[in-house]
Design a protein. Structure first.
Length: 382
């Protein structure tokens, strides 16, 4: 359905459709969070229209060509005014309520295409997928007999899918190179951004864990066989040297069959450095594009780093500034750490200059230039 910037409401049986016009346009909110959330939040007011009366749970709201399903409605009557506060999530998330009852017993080899085909088979729900990038083949044990969102989570983890983004009932799955794109754009504090907030947290650091296999295979006689590898320790040595040893919970896999791949997988999942959460508030009406990589500059702190947009909270019908959350990468933290260390060095140098001047007598730093006079004054100081 082509709706452009209009809000169109439709009942679940596709019998009635109407354009919604009487809403609080200033507060209309669009929220996207990478691999997590895509929803609309708004308040509509009673105007006797069909559209207003169609705002009930499980009906559809169409915005910019995308379908959202009404999930929460607060019906509020106050001071003679009747308002509905609505939260509608993207139609993709209807898969959270579907189950794949079949199961492929044992360890099976899949491509990402065959895994998606198996997960969606027999649902008759109209969902399909498009793969962007190369993912190879992986082993999955006892795949199926699960809710579709859980099965999708297994696929994302097994194939190291960087991001998914729905286009109505088409699920787009991306590797990093296909999803992200470097731009020449810059978030510059006190230029096009009115606020830059950086939060650091070291409570989640883990740099040492025990890895093991959870595969339970049997031979032709039905006897249990040894797992493909024995438990071993995975350590991020650089992190240990910086922060000391930080143990984490044991990690096991029923799909990885060798220590090399398991070691790489555990290191890729390990939070071995403090997290850095970066949030910017735009100073204009610009809204970055999903998957954009920008440069972030806080010139007052000598801080510059490359960031990816991972969350957008915008107000499309208002001049209110969008809030943008940027990715949490080790490099972002190290860039901040380097900037902070540079400031520390500058402060130490300034203190050293002050200390050096303090150790000199007042006559050496004054306007008195006659050497004999300075010597006599210094002698009187003793």
């Amino acid at each position: 359905m082509q709706t452009k910037d209009k809000l169109v409401v439709q009942d679940a049986k596709r019998q009635y459709t109407d354009i919604l016009t009487n809403i609080d346009f200033e507060a209309f909110e669009y929220t996207w969070q990478k691999n997590s959330e895509l929803q609309l939040d708004f308040t509509a007011y009673e105007d006797g229209s069909l559209a207003f009366n169609l705002l009930t749970v499980e009906n559809s709201v169409w915005y910019q060509g995308q379908e959202y399903i009404v999930k929460q409605v607060t019906d509020d009557r106050k001071d003679g005014q009747h308002a509905l506060t609505v939260t509608a999530t993207h139609v993709f998330y209807q898969l959270n309520y579907r189950m794949q009852h079949n199961k492929n017993a044992g360890a099976q080899t899949y491509t990402i295409n065959s895994a998606m085909d198996y997960l969606l088979a027999g649902l008759n729900s109209g969902y399909s997928y498009v793969i962007h990038g190369n993912f190879g083949s992986k082993s999955i044990t006892d795949f199926g007999a699960c809710m579709v969102n859980d099965g999708l989570s297994t696929i994302l983890t097994t194939f190291n899918v960087y991001a998914y983004f729905p286009d109505n009932k088409v699920i787009n799955l991306y590797d990093e190179a296909s999803f992200t794109h470097m731009t020449d754009n810059v978030f510059r504090y006190r230029n096009n951004t009115q606020e830059v907030q950086l939060q650091y947290d070291s409570t989640t650091i883990v740099n040492t864990v025990t890895a093991s296999s959870s595969q339970s295979n049997t031979d032709s006689n039905g006897n249990a066989t040894n797992p493909p590898f024995q438990p071993f320790t995975v350590t991020d040595n650089d992190s240990v040297s910086r922060w000391g040893e930080r143990d984490g919970a044991d990690v096991s896999s029923d799909t990885i069959t060798n220590t090399t791949d398991m070691n790489a997988y555990v290191l890729s999942q390990m939070q071995s450095e403090p997290t850095s959460t970066i949030t910017v508030t735009m100073a204009n009406e610009d809204v970055p594009t999903i998957g954009d990589k920008w440069t972030l500059q806080v010139l007052q702190a000598d801080y510059q780093t490359t960031v990816e947009v991972v969350q957008i909270q915008s107000y499309p019908f208002s001049k209110k500034s969008a809030q943008v959350v940027l990715n949490n990468l080790k490099q972002n933290f190290f860039d901040s750490l380097n900037a902070n260390n540079k400031k520390i060095t500058e402060v130490k140098q300034d203190l050293a200059k002050v200390s050096s001047n303090a150790n000199r007598t007042i006559y050496e730093t004054s306007m008195i230039t006659d050497e004999d006079t300075i010597d006599k004054l210094n002698e009187l100081e003793k």
